[in-house]
Design a protein around this ligand. Structure first.
Ligand code: BGC
Length: 812
């Protein structure tokens, strides 16, 4: 069942039934100021950091779901309704929500009135702009009463939910003209306040929540709205809100627009006050003035659209399959940009108070957006590397506001360092900017011990070399990519965190085959980099460690039909036929086949066969199998999940691309494509009632074959799934890879594909690549013709001339 449709021309998903199986959301803002908005106008706003600068309140896991947001109540005679259906839930005559690139427009129609609420954050602006357009389609004059609504959060989103003995006494507001200012804690240590304005004189306002709703009413029936008149309340403590009241008369056929601005201001200490206890509103007024007419708002939206036109013009495909094209050209790239902005902090599954920026997550996200915003990727790499320790280990997470490592989690996740090599080489291959390697980058944010970024890569590489276990394989530490495989945790106490508890570390033998594969792949990249920089000795040294690792994998990591996953604390195998449960895992088989370890001996093909046979199912490839059915203290959190969910045999969409890429290494384009399609959201639109999450973005997890209800997705939006799938489809299946000296073309596609076209902007030139597959092969390039000239290699050279170049690729 579908709840809407794609509108590719406008780059929108159009939801036509508000009762989606889960709130289907969008993100506004792409630099400092952000909002989450659902298809029924639920959601919240923050400045930079969803924990420390939460502007509006949101209640996760509430009943009913997704209560609270940016609401407009329309009172037309005795009918009260909202354009987004919620919160009133008055049945609408028509409803349509359009989620586009960083904007959302929600249109409702009731009793001859159409109301469209457009929400977006203009570029370089610390505010969300809302344009409410009302049209009278009826034959009578309409006298409407409009009430806007937002609920202020008391800044620290965690404290906001806990410290009520204080919170209920701190709230403060100011009201001036049509602007409501939220200034809680401004008179002490805060240098910031928020505001909500409308561009016309108001007939009233409210800022006290209890007065607006009545103590026993919900969002669906505010008392003030029912009474049809606001009370002009000023909040003192309790829970401040902001609501404007407008009386609007519309002649038949007439339309009127109103612009609301929800913004944030920071003032210098000496500029905080206008007079005693009256805040300095200069900056707020400047922003409000920038958007006080419809023409200005429309111009700002046009600018935002143009910004996205540019971002999405770097890589475009024309394959003839609209489901594929819309993912590659629009939604997958959009999701990658969203993970760039939010990492794993704020979604409808991530509460914005828990996780900051992950070291491994942020490096992996980079491969999905580096082609769009290379300068910001550069800054991101330096920020991430600055949270590394001198021995190559890293803080697992850092906070976006401070950019400092998060002490609550610390380090010890032994895959983390190698991801920095992936992030850095992806950036250099895209831009050719080797200069980044000589940037001085601190360790643990301490500039006095700064070293070049290149030296950070060296210590990353050596962190693996210096932490090998008894089989010469990498020690896993607290966990590798799989945060839930906690081999030193040994926890019997439900109050302990699986991630940070290490009850047994002395003498551990726990080793990871996933890190082994990771090391071989990015180790090779490190070697290439050394060679390019003329560091021959270092290249030879590094290569010898890689060779040793490959030998160790073949000797101690091969189980006969697939690669084992790990050795546990005691040195027993995990992910082996010897085990009763969890006999085979996806991660090690993905990484070792991507690395091509034992390819000549046929190990890769065998391992991929085993994955197909034992892990693949209707909805995708599960993480491990058979699922764990009891708690294994020596494995940790992975065995805490019910069978088929999350890391315990769920379809963890992040790692499915590792198998897709593995399949391209052995040339099996049919399988790579089959796996791609299975988890790709646009192909799942028709089963939305089962899949539940948005059909335009990837979810982290789909419940697997062992689950109570297979096929149900969770944790949409903020997941490494976005970047890995983009990477797999664009660079390995479609096969256009940025490289140091040009674009490498090496597609691996289903053999019945006749061909496809890709346009790629790369290092100052635009390549129009047409791939033809006359002989029905999956892999192999027979001929490449660049600007009419045939060339021997499949590396399309750099032109850097600002021109367009025609490239014809004949597979065979
Ligand atoms: C985390 C990743 C981790 C993955 C698998 C995600 O929720 O953000 O860092 O690799 O789970 O455990």
């Amino acid at each position: 069942m579908k709840f809407g449709h794609f509108d590719d021309q406008h780059r929108e998903y159009v939801i036509t039934n508000p009762k989606t199986p889960w709130p289907w959301i969008n993100y506004l803002g792409n630099e400092d100021f952000f909002s989450l908005i659902s298809n029924t106008a639920g959601g919240y706003t923050f400045y930079k950091d969803a924990k420390f600068r939460r502007l509006t309140r949101y209640r996760y896991n509430n009943v009913p779901m997704d209560s609270g947001g940016k609401y407009f109540y329309i009172k037309d005679e005795n009918t009260v309704w909202s354009p987004g259906w919620k919160p009133c839930k008055t049945e609408l005559d028509s409803y349509e929500c359009r989620h586009g690139m960083n904007y959302t427009s929600i249109k409702g129609e009731k009793n001859g009135v159409t109301a469209t609420a457009l929400y977006f954050v203009p570029l370089k602006t610390w505010a969300e702009v809302q344009k409410l357009s009302l049209t009278n389609n009826s034959k009578e004059v309409k006298k409407l009463k409009i009430f806007s609504f937002v609920e202020w959060c008391l800044w620290n989103a965690a404290a906001d939910m806990e410290n009520f003995q204080r919170n209920f006494s701190t709230g403060e507001v100011e009201i001036e003209d049509s602007v409501i200012y939220h200034k809680t804690e401004y008179k002490e240590r805060r240098d910031h306040f928020a505001y909500y304005s409308v561009n016309v004189p108001v007939q009233g306002f409210d800022t006290d929540r209890e007065s607006f709703f009545g103590l026993y009413n919900g969002f669906d029936e505010p008392q003030v709205v029912a009474e049809g008149k606001s009370r002009n309340t000023e909040a003192h403590g309790w829970s401040p809100i902001a609501s404007h009241y407008l009386e609007v008369e519309l002649q038949p056929g007439e339309s009127k627009d109103f612009v609301f601005v929800l913004g944030y201001v920071e003032n210098k200490e000496e500029e905080k006050w206008e007079s005693k206890n009256i805040i300095n509103k200069t900056k707020a007024k400047e922003t409000i003035a920038k958007f006080n007419t419809v023409a200005k708002v429309d111009a700002a939206l046009a600018e935002l659209r143009e910004y996205w036109d540019n971002l999405l013009s770097v890589y475009t495909i024309d394959s003839g399959d609209d489901k594929l094209d819309r993912m590659v050209n629009i939604w997958n790239q959009y999701q990658c940009m969203i993970t760039f902005c939010f990492s794993r902090s704020a979604s409808y599954f991530e509460s914005g108070i828990g996780r900051g920026m992950g070291f491994r997550d942020s490096n992996q996200d980079l491969i999905g957006f580096v082609h769009q915003i290379p300068e910001r990727a550069r800054e991101r790499i330096i920020d991430i590397a600055s949270t590394q320790f001198q021995d190559g280990g890293c803080y697992h997470q850092y906070q976006p506001l401070t950019k400092k490592g998060n002490n609550d989690i610390g380090g010890g996740f032994n895959d983390d360092p190698m991801w920095l090599i992936l992030g850095t080489i992806s950036y250099i291959k895209e831009t050719g900017d080797f200069g980044i390697l000589t940037e001085m980058v601190p360790f643990d944010n301490d500039m006095s011990v700064a070293r070049t970024l290149f030296e950070h890569l060296t210590v990353s590489f050596d962190h693996v070399v210096n932490n090998l276990g008894p089989h010469g394989l990498p020690l896993i530490g607290r966990a590798d990519w799989n945060d839930c495989l906690n081999l030193n945790c040994f926890s019997n106490d439900p109050n302990e965190s699986f991630q940070t508890t290490e009850n047994k570390t002395e003498g551990t033998k726990a080793e990871s085959l996933m890190i082994a594969g990771l090391f071989v792949i990015y180790g090779r990249d490190y070697v290439t980099l050394c060679t390019k920089l003329g560091l021959t000795e270092e290249a030879v040294r590094a290569q010898s460690h890689i060779d040793a690792m490959m030998d160790a994998v073949k000797k101690h990591g091969w189980d006969g039909e697939w690669f084992i996953r790990a050795y546990d604390y005691y040195g027993n195998k995990i992910g082996s036929n010897e085990n009763e449960e969890g006999k085979i895992f996806i991660e090690s088989n993905g990484w070792c086949t991507m690395a091509g370890i034992g390819k000549e001996e046929g190990l890769c093909e065998k391992a991929l066969e085993a994955v197909k046979e034992r892990l693949d199912c209707e909805h995708g490839i599960v993480l491990n199998n058979p699922a764990f059915t009891k708690y294994y203290i020596e494995y940790g959190e992975i065995s805490s999940y019910p069978a088929g969910y999350k890391e315990n045999a769920g379809i963890f969409c992040h790692n499915n691309p590792w198998i897709m890429i593995g399949e391209t290494v052995v040339g099996n384009g049919n399988r790579a494509w089959e796996y791609y399609r299975k988890i790709c959201p646009s192909y799942l639109e028709d089963i939305s009632e089962l899949h539940k999450t948005e059909p335009y973005v990837y979810a982290q997890m789909i419940s697997g074959k062992d689950a109570f209800k297979p096929g149900e997705a969770k944790n949409s939006w903020l997941t490494g799934t976005a970047s890995w799938n983009f990477y797999a489809i664009t660079q390995f299946i479609l096969g256009i890879q940025p490289d140091y000296d040009g674009l490498l073309v090496d597609p691996c596609i289903p053999n019945d594909w006749k061909g496809f076209k890709v346009s790629r902007k790369f290092r100052g030139a635009e390549y129009h690549i047409e791939i033809q597959n006359p002989n029905g092969v999956s892999k192999g390039v027979k001929e490449i013709i660049v600007d009419g000239k045939s060339q021997a290699s499949n590396l399309i050279p750099l032109f850097e001339d600002g021109e367009d170049h025609e490239v014809k690729v004949i597979m065979g």
